[in-house]
Design a protein around this ligand. Structure first.
Ligand code: AMP
Length: 297
């Protein structure tokens, strides 16, 4: 590669205390810090979070990404061992997106010998993915609180694609009085509307074509809502019919209060349509906040 077009190398930190010290130094030097926690296998969704972080801290600020496949958020029958790990490719992408620091710890560093501490958020983690992935959110909130303990004051960017996760982390951050501003970034999609995910690579061509029905079904719901329909149960049922036609199995298709994640009741609350289905063996999640977001396709 021409040395003039090669993205400048990104700084990689493995040790949690070094990462913590690096960000303390940055803030002492007057830099604002943006932080994007990920599990790696980066795609345009992750890079969009990094660019949003850059926009928020400015050219003089520091943008950090963590890459850590967090074992405690995977259930015993989930894809921990086959989750894609490709650090050198990720580092190239980070450099091209203007990331300054990549924090890539190993498991023993994040879960020290003898560890026995977990962070739990109650009601928000109960429905939706909480039903089908017991312990998942506890793993997420535990690792994110560790990461925030290391990052210190920062703006942290999360994808709204993982809507429930975003709301749970927002709640945890407020409840624990953490010095972090949590920002939810709109879902980044492929041209056909499918939400980008590190797991999309598992889809065969046929499964990918079937999965394209997900954004179409969400788009149907958005348009119904935009045209004034408020019969959430009827809209849900139609989305259910459409998705059962392409899915191998359905975990949930629900309209929920977008703030509390309780069952949607009436127009006094905002509504999120959230789905989790399996296409082949790949579990896909997606959502749209009705009346606020445009149709994915
Ligand atoms: P993951 O590596 O899958 O744990 O995701 C790391 C972060 O990237 C989370 O905040 C996700 O919500 C976010 N993210 C993943 N996919 C997308 C997407 N398609 N659009 C926006 N954010 C995303």
């Amino acid at each position: 590669m021409d040395p003039h077009t090669e993205p400048s190398a990104v700084e990689v930190i493995r040790d949690p205390r070094d990462f913590q010290a690096r960000l303390i130094r940055a803030r002492h030097a007057g830099q604002r810090v943006a932080f994007v926690p990920t599990m790696g296998a980066l795609h345009e969704g992750h890079l969009t979070l990094a660019r949003e972080g850059r926009a928020r801290v400015g050219p003089e600020g520091l943008v950090a990404i963590s890459i850590f496949v967090n074992p405690t958020q995977f259930g015993p029958n989930e894809d921990l061992s086959k989750y894609p790990r490709e650090l050198s490719r990720d580092l190239v992408l980070c450099a091209s997106a203007g990331v300054d620091v990549v924090f890539a710890p190993d498991t023993a560093a994040m879960y020290p010998e003898g560890e026995q501490t977990r962070v739990t958020v109650s009601s928000l983690t109960a429905p939706l993915c909480g039903v089908f992935r017991p312990g998942h959110f506890e793993g997420v909130t535990t690792i994110v609180s560790k990461l925030f303990a290391l990052s210190g004051p920062c703006v942290a960017l999360f994808g709204r694609k993982d809507y429930q996760q975003w709301r749970v982390i927002e709640r945890m951050t407020r409840d624990l009085l953490l010095p972090v501003e949590v920002v939810g970034v709109p879902t980044v999609r492929e041209a056909n509307g499918l939400a980008l995910s590190s797991r999309n690579r598992y889809l065969s061509d046929d499964e990918r074509a079937r999965a394209a029905e997900i954004p179409r079904a969400l788009g149907y719901a958005v348009r119904e809502w935009e045209s004034g329909a408020r019969d959430a149960a009827r809209i849900r049922d139609e989305v259910d019919t459409r998705l059962r036609a392409i899915a191998t199995s359905v975990d949930y298709i629900e309209v929920r209060d977008a703030d509390t994640l309780e069952h949607y009741r009436d127009e006094s609350t905002r509504a999120v349509l959230a789905i989790a289905v399996r296409v082949g063996t790949t579990r896909l999640i997606d959502n749209v906040v009705l009346g606020e977001e445009s149709a994915p396709v």
